[in-house]
Design a protein around this ligand. Structure first.
Ligand code: ADE
Length: 256
């Protein structure tokens, strides 16, 4: 899979992504990352890529021409009728999710467009963008970090990017549950002992304890996820008992 990042700050993107697991994946040719400098495509003799917005208002806008030509430099590498996926990262986009990452991971190529200043001339967005994606309800200074987040989340789903021990399957959000707590050596640290069941060697018991912990944690931290979680009948009963406990302790708080 190849990621094409259209940006005014290619060094920022490459430095961030050429380290750690994504960097190794590039070296091993499991993925490829190409940061395209939008400024290289401006026709302005002073190298400018931004201008004032018509109608007034604060800040500058990235102009359509250099963004479009940078996009064409990538799009022209594909067969003419190839379906292109072009993601514009913007706080006005659809919130990014694991499911979206899985969807993007099915593409051979993914083009990400990073905005700066007050945004990009709407006309070029209309022509080239297929997906508007936000990485959260806050505003960054530019789209680079958001693009890097998306590349990272998608890259780890590409076959063989993670090694066997780092399976993308069993982690947080699998089955819409958060991951259970984990412990390593020593057995006691700061007077806190590792839960006994994990030392029991009884794999079935451990599995069931971990599932319960996942449910407990999801209820505490992200109850919104539980609606779509896949639970067995027994697990649903466990969740019901937790909810009942929660209700009872709320009642007690109200009585005090
Ligand atoms: N650009 C600026 N802020 C952003 C956000 N929250 N998500 C995606 N792109 C952005």
């Amino acid at each position: 899979m190849k990621f094409h990042v259209l940006t005014l700050f290619p060094d920022m993107v490459m430095q961030g992504l050429m380290t750690s697991i994504t960097g190794r994946a590039v070296q091993q040719k499991k993925i490829d990352i190409d940061a395209v400098n939008i400024r290289d495509y401006t026709q302005d003799k002073h190298g400018r890529v931004d201008d004032y917005p018509y109608g007034g208002g604060a800040g500058m806008l990235m102009q359509a021409q250099p963004v479009y030509d940078a996009y064409r430099s990538v799009a022209d590498q594909f067969p003419e009728n190839a379906k292109k996926r072009v993601v514009y990262v913007t706080p006005q986009g659809t919130p990014f999710t694991q499911q979206m990452a899985q969807d993007f991971a099915r593409q051979d190529d993914l083009i990400l467009l990073c905005g700066h200043y007050e945004g990009i001339d709407e006309r070029v967005l209309e022509e080239i963008v297929t997906d508007y994606v936000s990485i959260g309800d806050y505003v960054l200074t530019g789209g680079e970090l958001a693009s890097m987040v998306i590349v990272d989340a998608v890259a780890r789903l590409v076959p063989d990017v993670l090694n066997n021990e780092q399976s993308a399957e069993t982690e947080s959000f699998h089955g819409n549950l958060l991951e259970y707590p984990q412990y390593s050596r020593p057995e006691v640290w700061h007077e806190k002992a590792v839960p006994e069941v994990l030392l029991s060697g009884n794999q079935k018991k451990i599995e069931s304890w971990r599932r319960e912990q996942s449910i407990r944690r999801t209820l505490e931290r992200r109850p919104d996820l539980l609606e779509d979680a896949s639970l067995t009948l027994k697990e649903q009963k466990f969740l019901d008992s937790l909810l009942k406990e929660q209700g009872e302790s709320r009642l007690k708080e109200l009585e005090q």
